[in-house]
Design a binder for this molecule. Structure first.
Ligand SMILES: [Zn+2]
Length: 273
């Protein structure tokens, strides 16, 4: 087990309540926790360089891995990124390669904070996708685990599938010429799916940050088979709500892993400092 000593959270979104997240993490994990803003991640990069970094991660063709078919980004993507950095709303069809972004973020982390004692987690509202060799296409992600781990708040809404009945009901009305808006259908399903302005996203984000922390602790995929454990790898929206909101806890096995981490932390810390 890697008993890291410092946790840095980079909050790049205002869609979740960072104070609530920090209070939760402090109650869960025995290490030094520091919340940081975007400036701490970008560390003196000028706006144009930051915009170019994001533009270089844009997925333009979901069937082509940009890491092996990289073509230079275009200036209109840089312009778009500059507008986002200045507060313009993002477009829902803009998706970034999660591994490429993770690699670029990792190169920005201070060398003094890059040992295994330090865990870095970036919380973003950008949509991330990673390319799968299995079916040779991109898939949206809720979290990209690694160094740093990246939790995507928009990904939590978009990546896990909505209930099949949601689409069935919507198209049933449309096919019969009955006027119904997507919002009206969504309101019926609010107990089993999340939306972009959903206040429950803060609690869901806590669970995905814990997945990142378990990944750093175990040096391995942290996922749990228990659908009521926050480490469950949900593929459906109702599974996200079940694990992260209805239960919102670790299963007995993972609680023991965390207790073990917390129990030994201070002693190891004292022994090595
Ligand atoms: Zn578990």
């Amino acid at each position: 087990m890697n008993r890291f000593k410092h946790l840095y959270i980079y909050m790049l979104t205002s869609k979740v309540d960072s104070n609530s997240i920090l209070a939760y993490l402090t109650s869960m994990i025995n290490c030094n926790i520091e919340s940081r803003g975007a400036d701490a991640l970008y560390r003196g990069l000028d706006e144009h360089s930051i915009a170019e970094m994001y533009a270089s991660c844009r997925v333009k063709d979901i069937f082509k891995d940009i890491n092996s078919n990289y073509t230079t980004h275009v200036s209109e993507d840089v312009e778009y990124e500059l507008s986002i950095l200045n507060g313009a709303p993002s477009q829902p069809n803009v998706v970034y390669d999660g591994f490429r972004l993770q690699y670029l973020y990792s190169s920005m982390i201070d060398a003094d904070e890059s040992s295994l004692d330090n865990v870095h987690v970036v919380i973003t509202d950008r949509l991330l996708a990673t390319y799968s060799e299995e079916d040779m296409r991109y898939h949206l992600n809720t979290v990209v685990l690694g160094y740093p781990s990246i939790v995507s708040i928009d990904g939590i809404v978009e990546a896990p599938a909505k209930p099949r009945a949601f689409y069935t009901l919507y198209y049933y009305h449309i096919s019969r010429g009955i006027e119904i808006s997507m919002d009206e259908v969504k309101s019926i399903f609010k107990d089993v799916m999340l939306e972009h302005d959903d206040p429950r996203l803060t609690d869901v984000a806590k669970g995905y940050i814990m997945q990142a922390l378990f990944y750093s602790m175990l040096n391995d995929a942290p996922f749990c088979d228990d659908k009521r454990c926050i480490l469950y790898n949900a593929h459906w929206q109702d599974e996200v709500i079940e694990a992260q909101i209805r239960y919102g806890r670790l299963c007995t096995k993972h609680r023991e892993v965390l207790d073990e981490f917390n129990k030994h932390h201070d002693r190891n810390y004292d022994a090595t400092h």
